[in-house]
Write a protein that binds this ligand. Structure first.
Ligand code: SF4
Ligand code: SF4
Length: 67
């Protein structure tokens, strides 16, 4: 199963990745990151397609996809 790694301290919470994930598995993390911003996280136990749309669309290159 594919998985993604989100650099939560680099994330600026723009939510672009959420709107592009076809599976809807990226959500807002209520816990603040080091910038004092709510970053995004992946829902537990949800299947990632490995499509990399989130990684491609992130303007700050915060997401890596592993297949
Ligand atoms: S790789 Fe695709 S399915 Fe997986 S989290 Fe990113 S956009 Fe969603
Ligand atoms: S697109 Fe990048 S910076 Fe924006 S919320 Fe997603 S991971 Fe964070």
């Amino acid at each position: 199963m594919a998985k993604i790694n989100i650099n939560r301290d680099k994330c600026k919470g723009c939510l672009i990745c959420i709107s592009f994930c076809p599976k809807g598995i990226i959500v807002l993390d209520e816990n603040l990151n080091r910038k004092g911003i709510k970053p995004v996280k992946v829902k537990e136990n949800e299947e990632c397609l490995g499509c990399a749309m989130c990684a491609v669309m992130c303007p700050d290159c915060c997401i890596e996809v592993y297949k």
